[in-house]
Design a binder for this molecule. Sequence first.
Ligand code: ATP
Ligand code: MG
Length: 758
Amino acid sequence: MQNLLHNLNPEQLAAVTLPAQSALILAGAGSGKTRVLTTRIAWLIQTGQVSPGGILAVTFTNKAAKEMQARLSAMLPINTRGMWIGTFHGLCNRLLRAHYRDAALPQTFQILDSQDQLSAIKRLLKQNNIDDEKYPPRNLMYFINSAKEQGLRPHEVDAYDDFNRKFVQLYEMYEQQCQREGVVDFAELLLRTYELLSRNQPLREHYQRRFSHILVDEFQDTNDLQYKWLKLMAGQHGAVFAVGDDDQSIYAFRGANVGNMMAFERDYNVQNLIKLEQNYRSHGHILDSANCLIAHNSKRLGKNLRTDAGHGEPLRVYEASSDLQEAQWIIEETKSLIGEGMSRSEIAILYRSNAQSRVIEHALFTAGIPYRVYGGQRFFERAEIKHAIAYLQLMDNPHNDSAFLRVVNFPTRGIGARSLEQLQDAARQYGISLYAAVAYVAGKAGTSLGGFVKLIESARFETQNLPLQEMVKVVLERSGLMMHYQSDKDGADRIENLEQLVSAAMLFVSEEGFGIDTPALAGPKAQAVAGAGITTADGVEIVDADAPLHTVMSPLSAFLSHASLEAGDNQAQVGQDALQLMTVHSAKGLEFDAVFITGLEEGLFPHENSQQEQGGLEEERRLMYVAITRAKKRLYLSFSQTRMLHGQTRYNMKSRFLDELPDECLKWLSPQVQHRWFGHTAKAAWDDAPQAGANAIAQQFSGKDIGWKAGETVFHQKFGEGVIVNIEGGGGNARAHINFGRHGMKLLDLGVAKLQKV
Ligand code: ATP
Ligand code: MG
C-alpha cells in the first residue's frame, strides 16, 4: 500500500487525517490546499472509511477536475472515472440527466452557454416587440442570472418599480420559452437541481446518505446558491471539507461571496479550522512580493506565507514604449528561458483582458513559437462549430428553437424572413416549437420549411446506428456545411475546425467510456440502474445518477452537454509543448516555472471598471495576488506607455500595483533609448543625466522641422510638466518620448498631443 502521507508537513497531515467532521482549511496560495484535498480523498478511500462512490468533490474548472482524477489514479489502484469529481455545473447536469422527469425536463434537454442565452433573450424581446434599447438584452441576462444565483424565481423577486416589474415579467417569459424549448442555462442547472432535491425528500435523503464526504476546492468563490446547494447535499450528517483562500476571491462580480467562509464556520460549527502557512510553490522574492502587495487590502482574514526556498531571482520589470515592444520583449525573454532548458508549457503569459492577447499572439506566431490560448474564443464557440452543433442539437431535441433558427437557412436554402415570420406566428398561436409548427405553415413557405424538417429527420434516420464520430461526419455533409465552406475562399480554417469536431467526438466517446462503436443515439441505460433497485422506506424507487455518463445519457446528448460545459479547451493544440496564454482569472489554481504578467497599467490592471464599484480595487489586488503566486521560479512584470485596445491608442500610467511591491525584490530593466540616461523614477535621474547624451539625441533630429527638440520642457494637460527625451519620425508622424516625472515616460504623437512650451 502506498504511503500517502509522507511528504506532508504537520499541518497538512492534520488536515488530511481529520475525523469525519466538517472542516475549513484556510490558507494562502501554493500552501498545498488542493494537494491536501486530493490526498484526503485518497486517504479516506484507502483506509476504508468511504467507498469511491461516497465522495463528492467540487472543483472550480473542468481542467482542475481532470487533474484531480489523474492525481487520484496515481495514488490509488482504482478507476476514478466513475467518481463524482467535477464542477457545480457538471455535477448538476449529471443529476438532472438521471432525474429529468422529476425535474420536469425533457430527457434530451440541452444546455445554453452564455452566448446562446443572450441570443435566446434577444429573440424573446424581438418576438414580443419589446424595445431593446429600453430593456437591453445584456442587462436582462444579468438580472435573470443574478436572480437565479440568489435562488429566486420570478414571483420571489422583489420588484420595486415599473422598470423592475418589467424585468421580472420578462424573466418569467424567458423561463417559459426555455421550458418550451427544452433548454437550460448555466444558472438554471444549479437552481433546478437545488429545487429538485429540496422538494423531493426520498431523492434528497438518498444522496445525502450516499455522499458522506463532500470536499470543495476554491471555496472562497462559491456564490450563495452554490453554498445552499452544498448544505442541502450535506444534510445534517454529511462532512464538508472546504479549502479556500480569502485573498484569492476574484469572482465577486459573478456573485461569489467570500462571506460564505465565515457562514460555513458558523453554520457547521466548525471546530477544525486549519491554517497552512508554508508555501511550496514560489521562490522568496516572488512570495515576499505577493505578501507585500496583499497587505494593502483591508478586509482580510489574515495569514501570511513563508517559504524555505531561497530568494531566487528578483522580479524583472520592463517598461515598454508600445504594446508591440512589450510583446517583442516577452519573446526575447521566453527564448532565453527556453534556451536555459525550461519547457514551453512551463511558461505562462497572463493578461487582465482577453483583448490583450492579440498582439502577443501575433508576435509569437511571427517568431514561430508554439503557444496555446485558454479562454478567449473557445473551440465550441466558433461560428462554424456552433452551426454544426445546432444540426446535432436538432437531431437530439428538435424543439430547441435557438438551434432551429441558427441553421434553418444556413447554408442558405431559400427560407426568407417572411416564411420565418409565418412560422413564428403559428408557433405562438399553438404554443409549440418552431419545428412542430412547420406542419401548420401552408404554401411555398410551408414547402421549403418542410424540406428542412425532412433533412433533419432523414439525417437522424440515416445515422441512427452510427457511432457519434460517423454521425458528425454525415451531418457535416448532409447539412451542406462542408460544401458551403469549401466554396468560400477563406473557408480553409473553418473546414479544418469542422474536421476537428469529428476528432473531438471520437476522443470524447473513448474518454467517457461509451465505446467507440456505440450508436450515437443509443438510449441511456437508466433502466439497468433502476433495476439495481434502491428503494426508500416508503417504497419510492430511485434511479441513482450513478457515475458513468453512459448510464444516464446517449453519446449524442453527452457530447452536446460537453460542448456547452467544457468548451474551455482549444482542441487543435492539445498535447503540444506550447507557451500558455490566458487571463489571470483562468490561471487560478495553476502553477508555472515562469510567469509574465503583462499590461500592468492603470485602467487595465487595475481595470477601470473597478474604480466605480465598491471594493473593486481590493478585488483587483486579489487578482494581482493570484497572478503573482502562479510563479514558481521566475516572474516578469511589464507595462507599456501606449497600447492599442479596441481600436484606440491609450496612453497609460504604470499600475499602482508596481509601487506596492518591495523595491528589494525588483529588478528594473531599461529599454534602449528612453532609459539609457533616465531612470524610471524620472526627476532625480534626469538631473543626473549626462548632458552629452541628451545633446546627441537632440542633434539627431535637429534637422527636422517639427517645432520640438529633445531636451525641451513641455506642458501636457493630463500629465503636467515633462521633458522631451527623444523624437522619432518627422512631419505629421513625429512622436516623442517625454519624461513626465511622477507619471513616467510617455510616447506621444506630436501632432495630436497639444503640448505647450514651458
Ligand atoms: P492555490 O491557492 O494556488 O490553489 P494550493 O494551496 O492549492 O494553491 P497546491 O497547488 O496544492 O497549493 O500546491 C502548490 C505546490 O506545492 C504544488 O506543486 C504541490 O505539489 C506542492 N506541495 C504542496 N505541499 C507540499 C509538501 N508538503 N511538500 C512538497 N511539495 C508540496
Ligand atoms: Mg489550489
